[in-house]
Design a protein around this ligand. Structure first.
Ligand SMILES: [Fe+2]
Ligand SMILES: [Fe+2]
Length: 303
């Protein structure tokens, strides 16, 4: 019988994530002389498995978010905040197909047609998602094109830049880690998150197209599963880079989302008004409290 797979990746300074095929995951701090006898002190070289790969990837996201866990914002959940989240969703999806195809072309040049084919498929799957966000904004009576042209939420900018940068690298395997991070967080959103947004929207308005598509109700779950299966087949060096980039993306995402969530309603309305050159046209709806921590990664930020 084959030995169960164990994978490990050093993600930051002296913290490594170790994951077993069985699903067990733990974080290990490498320190001092222990390195001499620590079997996890040198990079892994073996094969991957789906069970250990998902442990590493999700461990990287948890670690990234844990860095700001103590100071995560818990704002009121408002329609203005949701509009900003839709603008963020637009910006994190508008360049995705082009970026993925660019990375795919590079892997074609590098003689890695299997990576190119995976990225091309992802580019196809993500095509048109920016338009879902635009439709949602229009449904809310917001001049969508003008708003997204004039406004990128400050907390979203570094995330967009990270993906742009990753996709133009000479060896752009890290873009898979970035995509996994965004899709995994999106896939945490449940029907209750969608319902909560619906209660904020004016009667008869459906502004949840992007959110539904990027939640457990839409395609994100299968995108996540496909990525785990694919990453598990990659050589060890690639898996290491993908996990490290998942961690870096989680850090940027956590900081960026927190930045946006810390804004007051007045600040949000002011930003939107400046971008539009006029006040938001929608009818104000009373704000509601975000009820739980697990939902705040999701509902306020549809991207
Ligand atoms: Fe998408
Ligand atoms: Fe997706």
């Amino acid at each position: 019988m084959a030995k169960p797979v164990t994978e490990w990746v050093n993600v930051t300074g002296d913290i490594s994530i170790i994951a077993r095929e069985s699903g067990e995951v733990w974080f290990r701090t490498l320190s001092g002389t222990k390195k001499l006898v620590d079997p996890f002190a040198t990079p892994m070289t073996g094969v991957g498995s789906a069970g250990s790969t998902v442990g590493l990837l999700d461990g990287a996201i948890n670690l990234g978010f844990a860095r700001i866990e103590q100071r995560l914002a818990r704002p009121d959940f408002t329609l203005a905040g949701y509009i900003v989240a839709l603008v963020g969703a637009y910006h994190t999806s508008v360049d995705t197909p082009r970026n993925l195809l660019r990375a795919a072309k590079r892997f074609e040049q590098l003689g890695r047609p299997e990576v190119a084919a995976y990225l091309e498929e992802r580019a196809r799957e993500e095509t048109g998602h920016d338009r879902l966000a635009l439709k949602d904004l229009r449904a809310l009576g917001v001049p969508a094109e003008r708003l997204v042209a004039n406004f990128i939420p400050v907390g979203i900018k570094p995330l967009c830049k990270r993906f742009d940068d990753l996709c133009v690298q000479d060896y752009p395997i890290g873009c898979i880690g970035y995509s996994y991070c965004l899709e995994r967080i999106a896939a945490l959103k449940q029907k209750s998150d969608v319902e909560r947004v619906r209660t904020l929207c004016p009667d008869g308005v459906d502004a949840t197209r992007f959110l539904r598509s990027h939640s457990a109700l839409g395609s994100e779950v299968s995108h996540v599963e496909e990525t785990i299966a694919f990453v598990a087949t990659l050589p060890a060096n690639d898996r290491i880079t993908v996990v490290q980039e998942t961690y870096q993306s989680a850090l940027i995402m956590a900081e960026g989302y927190n930045h946006e969530l810390l804004k007051s309603e007045a600040e949000i309305l002011e930003e939107l008004q400046q971008a539009l050159g006029e006040p938001l046209p929608y009818r104000q709806v009373p704000s509601r409290q975000v009820p739980s921590h697990s939902e705040e990664h999701g509902a306020q930020q549809p991207a």
